[in-house]
Design a binder for this molecule. Structure first.
Ligand code: ADP
Ligand code: MG
Length: 224
């Protein structure tokens, strides 16, 4: 479902080149639950942004769902990002003045889905993350774990091919982290393909497979 081949990415700070991703190869099959595990600064978020079509790369090739990703075509990147990928971040990124239902339904309304149908789907997504009792609460009336559940429901509502989670439990205590990881396992068992990134071995073990990244070098046993 995902094939990255020899991906390179550098940032330029003035005259200085920072080579962040070095010939990265990664293969992820549909239905997998992969964790990219590595220390802070190893290039995890950069790789995640490339997989999520949020950032371009300098060389190499990337195929997602049979589509070849062309980093210089901004419109096509946005199209693929909006239709194929659900994002989950460490800091939830909920809209503070929207309640749970409004946050979750928003991606469908933006995409022009009929309002009644969109709301129906939002209730289903909210039920999937066990927050049906909280649909009219604002984010600041929820715990961190509950806010992350809202973010997960919002990511799921467009039925993306791939869920991308960047340090999804990074802001949560260990018990709440376990609950979120259990939810990911349930979603994966229902067929969702998940890539999460983490610096925490315990979090990584929740997935089916761990791929290590160190100083921009990835070791993926499924790619060769
Ligand atoms: P991780 O998520 O593993 O902590 P990142 O992918 O965020 O690592 O960052 C990898 C390296 O690239 C770090 O040294 C970071 O400082 C640098 N970096 C990340 N984003 C940028 C940017 N937009 N411009 C310049 N350097 C960046
Ligand atoms: Mg990061």
């Amino acid at each position: 479902m995902i094939t990255l081949k020899n991906i390179n990415k550098s940032y330029w700070i003035g005259e200085n080149r920072l080579h962040v991703l070095k010939d990265v190869n990664l293969t992820v099959k549909q239905g997998d639950f992969v964790t990219i595990l590595g220390a802070s600064g190893s290039g995890k978020s950069t790789l995640m942004n490339i997989i999520g079509c949020m950032d371009n790369f300098d060389s190499g090739s990337y195929e997602l769902d049979g589509l070849s990703i062309t980093p210089d075509d901004e419109d096509r990147m946005a199209e693929i990002r909006n239709h194929k990928i659900g994002f989950i971040f460490q800091k939830y990124h909920l809209i503070p003045q929207y309640d749970v239902l409004q946050n979750v339904v928003m991606p469908l309304l933006i995409r022009g889905v009929d309002r009644k149908q969109a709301i129906e789907r939002a209730y289903q997504a909210i039920e999937m993350v066990n927050l049906s009792e909280r649909t009219d609460h604002l984010p600041n009336e929820l715990s961190g774990g509950q806010q992350q559940r809202v973010a997960i429901a919002r990511a799921l509502i467009t039925q993306p091919s791939l869920l991308l989670a960047d340090e999804p439990t990074g802001a949560l205590d260990s018990k709440t982290s376990e609950d979120i990881l259990t939810l990911f396992k349930e979603l994966n068992a229902k067929g969702n393909t998940i890539i999460q990134i983490s610096h925490d071995v315990k979090v990584a073990q929740a997935g089916k497979r761990i791929v290590y990244i160190k100083d921009g070098v990835l070791s993926d046993t499924e790619s060769d």
